[in-house]
Design a protein around this ligand. Sequence first.
Ligand code: NI
Length: 138
Amino acid sequence: MLITRRAEFSASHACYRSDWSEERNQQVYGASANPRGHGHNYVLEVTLEGEPDEVTGMVMDLKDLKQILETEVVQPFDHRFLNHEVPPFDRVIPTPENITIEIWKRLAPHFSGTGHKLHQVRLWETEDLYVDYRGEPA
Ligand code: NI
């Protein structure tokens, strides 16, 4: 069974390589390359896989999952300029792909050795764009 919890955060990012010329950054990343950055209202959907507990009827206590998302993602990311305030995005370009991988890395350790496992992280950057990632268990 799969169960998904949603969380939201707002953050700014800029997508550019400092070892490239401004022109090349513009060609590859377009308007996103502006180092001043721009904001998105990100929507995160975290999916767990497991079977409902025979006693509680729950795959996981969703209050606990909410708290993990708050601590690992929402509090550190919300209202931040990712490139300047949230490692590793001082050296990893905060494309939605890379943000999704980082969120997986932060969440996966919380689900090792439990009766359920992290199945997928989906990150919506805009209403027209989302990234799905299914990484390795921690
Ligand atoms: Ni953007």
